[in-house]
Design a protein around this ligand. Structure first.
Ligand code: SF4
Length: 358
């Protein structure tokens, strides 16, 4: 809950307004996990809070450790059926011209978060939905269909309930789900992370990714100062549609046109994620079209090696091809880097999150 939501709760329960600030301090600065620990609230207030509220901490039910130090945490999500019903109703309003995938409610109620230590940085890649509606053909999460939205509390729990919380330098919303399709919860979570009454992080420490859901993206650009990462993967509309159904409703050209209306020379950055598939999107023709598409936009491109997974027909690009693609972009004025791959041996790398219990 935000400070404003806690103030509302205090008003409803006849508690003094300053108790909301005290609760924020216990929840976010001290990060206590019981209401009893909030010792500067009156006994009566604590008793009432225990009747109507809970802290919302759930420790991960599993952790897999990669040989490179990456850790994949599995969280169980409670009350998912209710959330799914709400999401389904909203989704049909929001995305009525986009034929997304829905799965029947079943036992799948897990999400994953991936902890990636790297020198003096430690990044946590978190999830915002159970499964995903977007159905990107190369993504294990996308092939599961959609099972429900996480709440802001479920999202924050991934950050607060791992042993490495205090060492985190960055959070990226690049796990399971599409952030712009669950934007209220994502913005609720980023507000807690960045507000002075919350964790007080700079928004520069947070990156939110999207395949380019335009209504959500427009709102995000107005309301958030966090970095943005757009999953691009192919600059040609027809070829992108083959791997990303979202292209039909929200063409990448429209997404880039919207982004060009904003100033990206300040603190907030936009990057484009480009997963490289052998023989599919890694030619000079693709590099040239990417340069044409992004011309005039202050941005960077991250190349990601495709991680082959069971059932996908796609191949990995060779290191030589990736280097040549990267050099082409850099020599044509677009800052481009090849992202190191992490946690592949524990199915924790990009596009491999399945949210399944061992
Ligand atoms: Fe969803 Fe992202 Fe996977 Fe696409 S790549 S299906 S948006 S989780």
């Amino acid at each position: 809950m935000s400070l404003a939501e806690l103030q509302q709760l205090c008003a409803e329960e006849g508690m003094p307004k300053f108790a909301a600030k005290q609760m924020c301090d216990w929840l976010y600065a001290k990060q206590v996990d019981t209401i009893d620990a909030m010792t500067n609230l009156s006994l009566k207030a604590r008793g009432r809070l225990k009747e109507i509220a809970f802290i919302g901490r759930h420790t991960p039910v599993d952790c897999q450790v990669s040989k490179d130090g990456t850790k994949k945490y599995l969280f169980e999500i409670e009350n998912l059926k209710l959330k799914s019903e709400i999401s389904q109703e909203r989704a049909s309003q929001d995305l009525n011209n986009f034929n997304f995938q829905f799965s029947p409610f079943n036992s799948k109620k897990y999400v994953e978060a991936v902890y990636i230590p790297d020198g003096d940085r430690a990044t946590l890649c978190i999830s915002c939905q159970v499964g995903c509606k977007m159905g990107c053909r190369f993504c294990v999460t996308g092939q599961q269909g959609f099972h429900g939205n996480l709440t802001a509390s479920d999202i924050l729990n991934q950050i607060f309930s791992i042993p490495e919380t205090a060492s985190l330098t960055n959070v990226v919303f690049m796990g399971m789900g599409e952030p712009m399709d669950n934007l209220d919860a994502v913005l609720g979570a980023t507000e807690v992370l960045t507000a002075p009454w919350g964790l007080g992080w700079s928004p520069k420490r947070i990156t939110v990714s999207t395949v380019g859901i335009l209504p959500g993206l427009r709102r995000f650009l107005e309301e958030s100062q966090c970095h943005l990462a757009v999953s691009l993967h192919n600059p040609f509309a027809d070829e992108r549609l083959d791997i990303m159904p979202v292209q039909k409703a929200y063409p990448i050209a429209d997404v880039v046109a919207l982004l060009k209306q904003y100033d990206w020379s300040g603190q907030r950055r936009v990057s484009f994620e480009f997963t490289m598939f052998g023989g599919l999107n890694d030619s000079t023709r693709h590099a040239a079209e990417l340069v044409r598409l992004l011309r005039g936009l202050h941005c960077r491109v991250n190349l990601i090696r495709f991680h082959s997974s069971p059932g996908t027909p796609y191949r990995t690009s060779t290191p030589q091809t990736m280097n040549a693609f990267c050099d082409y972009l850099n020599s044509h004025g677009i800052i481009c880097t090849i992202r190191a791959s992490r946690g592949e041996d524990i199915m924790a790398a990009c596009g491999l999150l399945a949210g399944q219990k061992r």
